[in-house]
Design a protein. Structure first.
Lengths: 309, 253
């Protein structure tokens, strides 16, 4: 990929004999919002910290903005911004001052006031950061990461601990970074966050990438089967169902469920059958798996395999 | 920004943060002055080591104030900032680590100079202590060597202290006993020689002796205590080596 911003091949990292990252590959293109999704302890933060240059690796190739982060110099840091997972602000400073301080570290920083405004803190610009809400503090974290006008922004679990409305606001804001032309590498353990924001998603579980693709591809990919559920209508019994339905369904106390790659022919048979008999299909549901279902399935599979070792 | 400009920038914000924090103002700026007023007042009529009480305690409290502004301040603030992830965040910017360190040392140095001035002026105005003239160059050199060495020792302590919670305890357990043994809180003529010999193994005693000579009206020469200054500087270099070797920017997890 010519415009690849992050390129990872065969990345490995162990701590005291425990393999936290077991050979992963990643490509992130310029201008993408890329979500790195996985449960706690899957190797997410380890991977991000290697990409950020905070941690050395045991094996594999890593290139971020054309440089190996392990040997990155101060110039490389001019081009990257980090929003760390846990980082408190200096309580004695105001948002404007904190941003001004960080602006001084960069060769060509963005405008201070404009950046404070961009993260929605214009009316809080001159209060001490200790007086800001959790969501406001997090937005100031983002302002500090943006002030150097980086090409690439790492956001490590930006909305952990937020209430639902604060999360929605954060999402609107992160989505807006796309318009600034930034490449965003987002770490999260919320499926809906990845679904709402990302162009592409990689799911990591127990140190391996178990799936990559757009949220739509992952949610409705070739392996994803549609599920049909209904209850047997009054007076009907399992053997009465159409052959195609009867043979693939699971029937449990009158509750019928079946999955299919292409649900349309089955649904046609089923609705014709119901129409002929003059009955309804109580509780009929047709659903495609969400990213969340795929995620739970993928991460459970691996966990199960680990557990039975 | 150029190297010097970014150090100045960093220093400016360190100063702003310091003067806005009431706790740091109390412990670093107010407490040494309270000690001066207490100790000098109760010893006004005493002769201590051949000088009047206040003349003894002005250099003693200068030593205390400089160590508070350097070692104690750095060794308590830096582990807290490390644990808060603030050092890690700074490390992720183009700010050179040396500029960060220089800003902090500059901050401690300026606070030290302000404290030395305050202690000297209060000593002179309230207790009639004579501010040194012919030993003034020696005083400035002693102050510079002290601020440098005790800043290095602050970074060294910050490097070996594991958590923010442990920082004040470890720091105070290190400096407080040495203040007593070294003649800072108790006049040295009342301390047994054996104890002073123990104190000689540590840098605070040497800082006090060098500073005392500067303020002692019986000092006839220029007041440079080269031996004591050399030992202080050696401690500073030792601290620097420890700091460079063990200082961490990231919290322990």
């Amino acid at each position: 990929m010519a415009d690849s911003v992050i390129s990872v091949k065969g990345l490995r990292k162990s701590y005291d004999g425990f393999e936290a990252v077991r050979g992963i590959d990643l490509e992130v293109g310029a201008g993408e919002i890329f979500a790195f999704l996985g449960p706690n302890g899957a190797g997410k933060t380890t991977t991000v910290e290697i990409l950020e240059g905070y941690r050395p690796r045991n094996g594999g190739e890593v290139t971020v903005l054309g440089t190996d982060p392990e040997s990155a110099d101060r110039d490389w840091h001019q081009r990257v911004g980090f929003v760390l997972q846990e980082c408190r602000l200096v309580p004695e400073l105001t948002p404007r001052e904190a941003v001004e301080q960080y602006a001084g570290y960069y060769a060509a920083p963005r405008d201070v006031d404009q950046t404070v405004k961009l993260v929605g803190l214009a009316d809080k610009a001159d209060v001490r950061t200790s007086k800001l809400s959790g969501g406001q503090q997090r937005r100031l974290d983002v302002a500090l990461a943006l002030i150097g006008d980086p090409e690439l922004l790492f956001l490590d679990e930006p909305t952990t601990g937020f209430d639902p409305s604060a999360r929605r606001q954060a999402w609107d804001f992160i989505g807006g970074l796309r318009d600034l032309g930034k490449t965003v590498f987002l770490t999260t353990h919320y499926m809906d966050e990845a679904q709402a924001l990302a162009d592409r998603v990689a799911i990591i579980s127990a140190g391996r990438i178990v799936a990559t693709g757009s949220p739509e591809e992952l949610g409705g990919g070739r392996d994803a089967r549609t599920e049909i559920r209904f209850r047997l209508p009054e007076g009907a019994h399992a053997p009465d169902l159409p052959f195609a339905v009867r043979t693939s369904a699971r029937i449990d106390a009158g509750a019928v469920s079946l999955t299919a790659d292409d649900p349309v022919p089955l649904l046609r048979e089923l609705t014709n059958w119901a129409a002929e008999r003059g009955v309804g299909l109580p509780g009929l549901q047709v659903s495609r798996p969400s990213l969340e279902d795929v995620y739970l399935e993928l991460t459970e599979q691996v966990d199960g395999a680990e557990g039975s070792r | 920004m150029t190297g010097a400009a970014v150090v100045l920038h960093q220093f400016r914000f360190d100063q702003k943060v310091f003067w806005r924090n009431r706790v740091s103002i109390f412990f670093t700026a107010a407490l040494p002055l309270i000690f001066l007023l207490m100790l000098a007042s109760v010893t006004q009529d005493d002769q201590l080591s051949g000088v009047k009480g206040p003349t003894y305690f002005v250099p003693a409290i200068i030593v205390l104030a400089v160590i508070s502004a350097t070692t104690v301040k750095l060794a308590t603030n830096l582990p807290a900032e490390r644990e808060a992830g603030q050092l890690k965040r700074v490390r992720g910017t183009p700010l050179p680590p040396a500029a960060f360190v220089a800003g902090r040392v500059g901050n401690s140095l300026v606070i030290s100079v302000i404290m030395v001035a305050l202690v000297s002026v209060i000593g002179a105005l309230v207790y009639g202590v004579t501010i040194p003239t012919h030993t003034m160059p020696a005083m400035l050199v002693t102050l510079a060597v002290g601020a440098f060495s005790f800043s290095c020792l602050g970074f060294a302590l910050a490097a070996v202290i594991p958590t923010a919670e442990a920082a004040p305890a470890v720091t105070n357990a290190t400096v407080l006993p040495l203040y007593f043994l070294s003649g800072v809180f108790i006049p040295q003529n009342e301390i047994p020689d054996g104890v002073l010999n123990v104190a000689d193994a540590f840098p605070i005693r040497h800082f006090f002796e060098a500073m005392f000579t500067v303020w002692d009206p019986n000092t006839t020469g220029s007041g440079f205590e080269l031996g004591h200054l050399a030992i202080m500087a050696a401690w500073g270099v030792f601290g620097l080596v420890i700091a460079v070797r063990f200082f961490r920017w990231e919290p322990r997890r």
